[in-house]
Design a protein around this ligand. Structure first.
Ligand SMILES: Cc1ncc(COP(=O)(O)O)c(C=O)c1O
Length: 390
């Protein structure tokens, strides 16, 4: 049994999450969790460190096998071990895909609001970012408007970066939604780059479907990016995998990889193998813990933060809070940072449809979540009783 209630001091540990703002700030922004990694991962790292030699690494054959077996078991997805291309991160992955598939001036379709590095990747490669806004329903849940999806595609669109489960809106896209997106992409000869980094963090009642499993044709047009980093809370170890069944796409990705990015580090491989092989009990327990945090958060927002609303995320440990009706003057992330000393992600950085929202990471001990929310409630109440200022 893991004790996720344990509050582990992360200040002074060179943590991006904890060391970016002042020591008095509770950080619920960047997507890592405040939990120790699964014990088998920590043990495997100890053993590897004891060896004492840290040269350049190659992917362990056992890691390829564990991933192939996992994809077969979870999704009935038959992947050959040599279809896997190891990369030092999913962000590296979609940036490489942009460079491998398109030439400057061509376009990349993305669905906003979306994880900001996805939004930035096209321009960084000299490509045009074609933003297609997801449709927010009355209940706060997001849907894909397929006419808009198709209208956003231009003659120059070469790549669609799908984010599924979707950060920040928390959707786990249903099979029929994926089928319609895939059908449109294939018709327009668009390569799908599917960021599925959150695929293991899905709540009961929802099922992750890798888009590449829809059909051999879709698989042939898709580069899927996965990683143990979110699943087992080892994002700082930088190990990700591109699954590329199409030989030509794989050749182009590998060539671009060789030109632009480095290999995975030796500890990243060690941790990935131990996590995928022996981390399942940890994963099951963390999912149950996240679900309890989520239930609490949903209730708390409804009861104590009137004017702020959120839909229940279907996956991820990220909540997307709509503060547009809250009466906060200016940017709500700045408001909560300055006055409540709680760091949230600023929705305006997530592209069209993001302004006025904040993203809250509930992958933390319950006590941390409670304290952050209490701080937010206190300043929010003071603000509400005044004129929107503090
Ligand atoms: C959708 C998505 N993709 C990629 C990443 C980061 O991936 P990596 O650290 O492997 O580059 C994140 C982290 O928050 C994410 O939410």
């Amino acid at each position: 049994m893991y004790n996720f209630d344990q509050v582990i001091e992360r200040r002074g540990t060179d943590s991006l999450k904890w060391c970016t703002y002042g020591d008095d700030v509770l950080p619920l922004w960047v997507a890592d969790m405040d939990f120790r990694a699964p014990e088998p991962v920590i043990r495997a790292l100890h053993e590897r460190v004891e060896h004492g030699v840290f040269g350049y690494a190659v992917p362990p054959p056992a890691l390829r096998e564990v991933i192939v077996e996992r994809l077969q078991r979870l999704y009935g997805w038959e992947v050959s071990p040599d279809h896997l291309v190891f990369l030092p991160g999913v962000v590296t992955g979609f940036n490489l895909v942009c460079r491998a598939i398109a030439v400057p001036g061509e376009g990349v379709l993305v669905q906003t609001p979306v994880y900001p590095p996805i939004l930035r990747a096209p321009a960084d490669a000299g490509l045009v970012c074609e933003e297609m806004e997801l449709t927010r329903q009355e209940d706060g849940q997001y849907e894909v408007d397929f006419d808009r999806f198709e209208r956003t595609i231009t003659g120059r669109t070469r790549v669609f970066i799908l984010c599924n489960p979707h950060n920040p809106v928390g959707r786990v896209f249903r099979r029929e939604e994926l089928e319609r997106m895939a059908e449109i992409c294939l018709r327009h000869h668009i390569v799908i780059c599917s960021d599925e980094i959150h695929c293991d963090l899905v709540f009961p009642g929802h099922q992750h479907v890798p888009i590449a499993t829809l059909s051999p044709e879709v698989a042939g047009h898709t580069i899927t990016l996965i990683s143990p980093s979110k699943t087992f809370n080892i994002p700082g170890l930088k190990c990700a995998v591109a699954i590329v069944p199409n030989a030509d796409l794989r050749r182009r990705l590998k060539a671009t990889h060789a030109d632009w990015a480095h290999e995975v580090n030796v500890l990243g491989y060690t941790a990935a193998l131990a996590a995928y092989r022996d981390g399942q009990p940890w994963l099951e327990q963390v999912l149950a813990y996240l679900e309890r945090n989520l239930e609490f958060l949903l209730r708390y927002v409804e009861e104590h933060l009137p004017g702020i609303s959120m839909a229940r995320p279907e996956g991820t440990y990220l909540a997307w809070l709509d503060c547009r009706e809250a009466g906060i003057q200016g940017n709500p992330a700045r408001f909560f940072l300055e006055h409540a000393r709680v760091a949230l992600s600023n929705g305006a950085e997530f592209g069209r449809g993001g302004a006025g929202f904040v993203r809250l990471n509930f992958g933390c001990p319950h006590a941390t979540l409670v304290e952050a929310l209490e701080r937010m409630r206190a300043v929010y109440q003071v603000m509400k009783s005044g004129d929107g200022r503090l």
